[in-house]
Ligand binder design. Structure first.
Ligand SMILES: Cc1cc2nc3c(=O)[nH]c(=O)nc-3n(C[C@H](O)[C@H](O)[C@H](O)COP(=O)(O)OP(=O)(O)OC[C@H]3O[C@@H](n4cnc5c(N)ncnc54)[C@H](O)[C@@H]3O)c2cc1C
Length: 426
């Protein structure tokens, strides 16, 4: 789905309660009633915002197709905060309204259900915001985030049984549609888990690419994917199933074996080299929209940082195997030459493919004969200056991506021609 279509659907859903709410307003009423109306509006709009967070993070494939999970998760972060803020403050005008109208504010079991739901949302959002500062483990953060799947049903219960707007048919029906969609999302997630676990893949080879990077090759059911997309894998080693981890598919759909190439950075990835060919894997794929086939053009510029090379390996292997005629410049930053994976293969491709140039940039090797330092505006200008209207793809560490994208904008590359993928799903 296109991003604008999804946002338009969200805007339509948000407009529904506003329209119904507006129909129940009557002008010239005392302050207490204005406050009450404001509280109702905040609750209704906030709830629809919060509902959409389950849509954005659902990982439903046809939804993320054309947008990319990392971008959907980005929308989730921003709109989730807006929704949470609205539902967090909605009790304030309701409470003030009671006071202004001379009623003693009361607490009922249904209000308590709302408070519990709110608390769960606050903890889930708070742990996401403070993830880095609290040095939370990814798995801990994820377990906390999963709790919000309990919070929404509690929110439905609270609003359906307490909300005065939801007594009447139009909005009540709308709320029931939202509840049905929520159930559909949960069922989809369960079905997808069963589907993935029905056909485990076999680890066919484990290849060390550099001092800290390994490729795993898998055999199993044929997967339909575009070069540059990613998978989510649970490795089954010695009978133990790992947590799911996302990795770009570094192989090309033109080849028989599926592969990922993994850099050791933490608890799980540091054990990747211990994987054996007797091990198996559950693979959920494909995801993502970071592929030149989505934005085809005769000229392509790929800017990679470190392990951010993996989507480009997939795309280059695909172009090579399909003998596609494209002009490609790959600018790849690494610390030192011992961090360069796939060096021989890239050299072979550069020799075989008519218009393919690889530029290695080393940030930490004084005796490197080629480009040194970081991938900056001057280097981008030097190597892509003569390329006419390229589609530019960027993948690497967050700081490098931000700097490269800024430099590209400074060089006049329009936003619509810059594509990037974050190696983070939060
Ligand atoms: C779309 C995408 C494509 C990726 N492609 C590659 C690739 O081709 N090669 C490669 O080496 N790395 C890739 N990564 C990064 C890779 O997923 C993480 O490095 C890995 O999950 C870290 O796990 P860890 O336990 O070793 O590290 P930790 O030290 O536990 O975590 C390091 C960071 O990785 C992220 N992370 C950790 N666990 C998970 C998880 N279960 N799911 C999602 N993110 C997690 C968190 O942001 C965390 O802060 C990709 C990530 C994404 C989102």
């Amino acid at each position: 789905m296109k991003k604008w279509v999804l946002l338009a659907v969200m805007a339509l859903f948000l407009a529904m309660p506003v329209v119904f709410w507006a129909q129940t307003l009557s002008g010239g009423l005392p302050l207490g009633v204005y406050l009450y109306d404001a509280g109702r509006l905040l609750a209704l709009v906030g709830f629809v915002f919060v509902f959409f967070q389950y849509v954005f993070s659902s990982k439903v494939r046809w939804l993320e197709r054309g947008i990319g999970l990392d971008k959907l998760f980005g929308i989730h972060r921003t709109s989730g905060l807006i929704g949470l803020t609205l539902i967090l403050i909605h009790p304030i005008p309701l409470f003030l309204s009671d006071i202004v109208q001379g009623y003693a504010p009361s607490i009922s079991p249904l209000k308590l259900v709302g408070v519990v739901s709110l608390l769960i949302f606050v903890v889930a959002a708070g742990s996401a915001i403070l993830y880095g500062r609290l040095r939370l483990k990814y798995e801990t953060w994820k377990a906390i985030h999963w709790a919000s799947y309990v919070a929404l049903p509690l929110g439905f219960l609270h609003s359906l049984l307490l909300g005065s707007d939801l007594v009447r048919p139009p909005l009540r029906t709308f709320w029931i549609v939202l509840a049905a969609l929520y159930v559909a999302i949960v069922l989809y997630k369960l079905w997808n888990r069963v589907r993935v676990r029905r056909h485990p893949f076999q680890v066919a080879a484990v290849v060390q690419e550099t001092h800290d990077t390994w490729s795993l090759y898998f055999e199993g059911k044929r997967l339909d994917y575009e070069p540059g997309q990613f998978l989510i894998v649970n490795l089954i080693r010695d009978g133990r199933v790992s947590e799911p981890h996302p990795f770009t598919i570094s192989s090309s759909p033109t080849r028989d074996r599926l592969s990922i190439s993994v850099k050791s950075v933490g608890d799980f990835t540091s054990t990747i080299g211990h994987t054996k060919t007797t091990d198996r894997a559950y693979i959920d794929a494909p995801y993502g929209a970071f592929s030149f086939v989505e934005h085809d053009a005769p000229s392509l510029v790929f800017v990679a940082g470190g392990i951010g090379i993996t989507p480009f390996m997939s795309m280059l292997r695909y172009m090579h195997d399909r003998e596609l005629e494209r002009s490609v410049v790959l600018i790849w930053g690494n610390k030192t030459e011992r961090d360069i994976a796939f060096r021989d293969e890239l050299d072979d491709m550069a020799a075989e493919m008519l218009s393919f140039q690889v530029v290695h940039v080393m940030s930490n090797q004084e005796d490197w004969p080629g480009e040194k330092g970081y991938v900056d505006a001057a280097k981008l200008q030097r190597y892509m200056g003569s390329v006419e209207n390229p589609q530019v793809f960027v993948c690497g560490p967050p700081v490098m991506m931000t700097k490269v994208i800024q430099s590209l904008r400074g060089l006049g590359v329009p936003k619509r021609r810059i594509h990037y993928e974050r190696f983070a799903l939060r």
